[in-house]
Design a protein around this ligand. Sequence first.
Ligand code: UD1
Ligand code: MG
Length: 452
Amino acid sequence: MPVAVVILAAGQGSRMKSDLPKVLHKVAHAPLLVHAMRAAQSIDAERIVVVTGHGGEQVAEAARDYAAETLLVSQDEQLGTAHAVQQAAEVLADFDGDVAVLYGDTPFIREETLQNMMDARAKGAGVVVLGFEAADAGRYGRLVLDADGGLQKIVEAKDATPEEMAITLCNSGVICADRAVLFDLIAAVENTNASGEYYLTDVVGLARARDLPCAAITCPEAETMGVNSRVDLAAAEATFQAQAQSEALENGTTLSAPETVFFAYDTYVGRDVIIEQNVVFGPEVTIESGALIRAFSHLEGCHVSQQAIIGPYARLRPGAEIGNGARVGNFVEVKAAIVGEGAKINHLSYVGDAEIGDDANIGAGTITCNYDGVFKHQTVIGARAFIGSNTALVAPVRVGDDAMTASGSVVTSDIPDADLGIARAKQVNKAGLALRLMNKLRAAKAAQNKDE
Ligand code: UD1
Ligand code: MG
């Protein structure tokens, strides 16, 4: 059955105390909204509709940045969850299939859970709701089941009787039904309740009144966690990281101290990668199998190939492409640079806007001077080249295959293949001058001490 997903993201999120719309706050480097969009993608949603309201333009832009084909509708006044979903009626009018509703501030709904809901639909439930056993049911809507275990209705806490308040099976907010049925039911929802809002949850009672069977599927409470405050946001980050760390271990990655490794939402790590303590991943990192990421390294927007060794204390920035078996050592920063197979940049270097050939060796303290204040320029270093320590490569510049630079050189013009480039002042030794100078200074100090 084809499915479309409607993501509710119109709420203000005033408890975040932020100028940024709530759903744009990030967990693991992705906005909460993107986490919800990824959940929709996990079940191959044919259409994703985001309902925007507060900060609508910003939210729309973030949604389109992530997936250009996202459909956007706005809810100018927040009159309740049913009213929010109703805004999507028009863009889905020609959609033949199911509609699932997710919240933009609820980032952790798993594919498997959504699949269970689809399965319940396939087995004949007209409306399927995702519930969970709440440790503290508080203000959640309560799922009222009938004697056969079917879902009878959902009661909002504000409208519940004391008996209903005692129910611990709560509504996550995720709901799924046939598109035509859902919008038909929503059209019948009224706002005669304690909040004066159009409750999406009312569709269950309305469906039952039409003899449409409804079902509740459950998932662990942690999965339904919503973010309403900065405290929630920090808790969501911790939940994400704990999950990512255990997934990495399960998928064949060694983590020396799992709780100190921070993943991004899209970090890809191959088998038999070893990640030491205190490593941080920004977005868009892929690590191939057998690589070693040593302690205190920071990686973002980069690719590390098999058997490469990164760190300790390395920084890989966007566009760093590290070849098989290459090494990037301590206090080395690499940006927008291709580092060839077996190449070594072991100590204290900046390599930006560059190409480093296979098996080249970049000496300690080498800097690519890539920026002239206005433009960026390329540095190309050939295969097997040997860059002497403390070389400044003033780009644009090319060092040929098998070429060398003398330590301390400031290289401003190309060095042909196999040549040695020396670009520094010639050394002059003054015979005995060091000792004579020192003796003179010591004598001056002795004279000064006597005067005092
Ligand atoms: C809702 C459910 C409740 C459930 C709880 C789970 C209803 C009536 N109640 O309650 O049963 O236990 O979520 O967290 O659905 N939103 C809009 N437009 C609106 C109203 C809400 O986009 O007009 C968005 C909010 O930004 C939020 C989500 O929908 O992301 C849920 O709205 P919220 O006001 O938090 O609903 P709850 O009262 O928590
Ligand atoms: Mg809520």
